[in-house]
Design a protein around this ligand. Structure first.
Ligand code: PLP
Length: 436
């Protein structure tokens, strides 16, 4: 079976002439899966995409997370159309912003106050500024492999050990900034303790994805978040949760309110960064936290943050509509069941062909790692077979299954996927594994 994609190939050539790398985000290129022209999609509806050559795909990328109710959900589309008809940008406050802020606060009680921005990157970047303003300290501790957007400070890679200062992960990030960041392995409390013993009195915040979505889907070990919060607070540092992926992904709430963590009081952060799902597929970010900390932000306090597009009626309306849909009883259980069925099908197909595969499933999402060991931190996620993943990705694509072109990214269920989609995907995987 060979799928023809001449229009995608042609558009890619054209895009390369005008857009750097032909893509507007490097994660969309196929560089990590052996290269080639990325598929140019022209329409999405429910769980499906159609490309410019009229091939149909079942989509598990979900635009890297936000599209949890499927593409072009009519309730969200209506909300966006209504917002557009009323004017897309005011530069004044609107009642809609209060509605979404209230919905977030009800679902995530650690948010006394919130502020809307335009992306997850902005949200995270500002939590760092606010934490620094509040603590009057400068250093940040983060965890290897957690992605927090592309602002300078969080583009600092792991050092060679738990107590080394970071090195810039991107050209253009000055090494002076890298000295403000310490990176320790996820799920490693002794390493965090060591870093805090050395730099605790200079540390403004410990930042973490409480459930990791960026080197696969990885749960914190039991007690990890409790220990992290305790150690950070003993050092006088704030705790920042980056819940850009995790909020509203596993249940109606955030990782910090997820039932898998029974002692919510022990794991509540001081600040939370949000994005993706809360915008229903339109650009959004938000950050929030304890009143006294948030009151550092202008116009109340000395920490400046602003945005021409922030809180625009279309993004906010789409976000409200998306969260309304996610309140339907049983909706997360259905995504969970579909993910479990697909994960089991993938594992069985891999085993049948003697291919080691580790699947980390968390409710309606999972990551599939080509390796025979557990994946609980970034080192283990790196120690997986990228070459075989690249071939698997292409074999699935050929059969109309759209995955993220990276061995680290998750598969996301949406409320639009059906049992029939899952069955078709398992059949495609059986074909792919047999040819790897
Ligand atoms: N934080 C996390 C956990 C993310 O996964 C991402 C994006 O993938 C970001 C922050 C950055 O968000 P954005 O791409 O909206 O700037």
């Amino acid at each position: 079976m060979t799928m023809q994609r001449p229009q995608s190939a042609k558009l890619y050539e054209e895009a390369l002439r005008h857009i750097v790398g032909g893509v507007n985000s490097p994660s969309r290129s196929y560089k990590a899966v052996g290269g080639g022209a990325p598929v140019f999609m022209k329409r999405g509806e429910g769980a499906y995409f159609w490309d410019v050559d009229d091939n149909r795909y079942i989509d598990y990328l979900a635009a890297y997370g936000p599209i949890i109710t499927g593409h072009a959900h009519p309730h969200i589309t209506d909300a966006i159309v209504r917002a557009a008809q009323n004017g897309t940008l005011y530069g004044t406050p609107t009642e809609l912003e209060i509605t979404l802020a209230r919905m977030l606060k009800q679902a995530i009680p650690s948010l006394d106050k919130v502020r809307f921005v335009n992306s997850g990157t902005e949200a995270v970047m500002t939590t760092i500024r606010v934490a620094r303003a509040y603590t009057k300290r400068t250093k940040i501790i983060k965890f290897a492999g957690c992605y927090h957007g592309h602002s300078d400070l969080v583009l600092v890679a792991a050092g060679s050990g738990p107590s080394t200062l970071g090195i810039p992960d991107s050209a253009g990030v000055p090494s002076s900034i890298a000295t403000e960041v310490i990176t320790v392995p996820f799920n490693d409390l002794p390493a965090l303790k060591e870093a805090l013993e050395r730099w605790g009195d200079e540390t403004a915040a410990v930042m973490v994805e409480p459930i990791v979505g960026n080197f696969g889907m990885v749960m914190p070990h039991e007690g990890f978040l409790e220990g992290l919060c305790k150690l950070a607070r003993e050092a006088g540092a704030l705790v920042i949760y980056d819940e850009v992926i995790s909020a509203f992904r596993f249940h109606y709430g955030a990782a910090q309110t997820y039932a898998a963590f029974p002692d919510h009081a022990a794991i509540e952060p001081d600040l939370t960064a949000l994005g993706k799902i809360i915008g229903g597929g339109l650009p959004i970010g938000a950050y929030g936290g304890r009143r006294a900390i948030m009151e550092q932000v202008a116009p109340l306090g000395p920490a400046y943050q602003a945005g021409t597009m922030a809180g625009n009626p279309a993004s906010i309306s789409a976000g409200i509509a998306c969260l309304e849909l996610l309140q339907e009883p049983g909706i997360y259980d259905r995504m969970d069941a579909l993910a479990a069925k697909l994960a089991a099908g993938l594992k069985a197909a891999a085993a049948q062909n003697g291919i080691p595969l580790t699947v980390n499933q968390i409710r309606g999402s999972f990551s599939a790692h080509f390796c025979g060991h557990p994946v609980t931190n970034y080192d283990e996620a790196q120690d997986t077979d990228g070459e075989i993943f690249g071939r698997f990705f292409k074999l699935m694509l050929e059969q109309g299954i759209n995955l993220a072109p990276s061995k680290y990214e998750a598969w996301f269920m949406t409320t639009a996927h059906t049992e029939a989609d899952i069955d078709a995907t398992i059949r495609a995987a059986e074909y792919a594994f047999a040819r790897l």
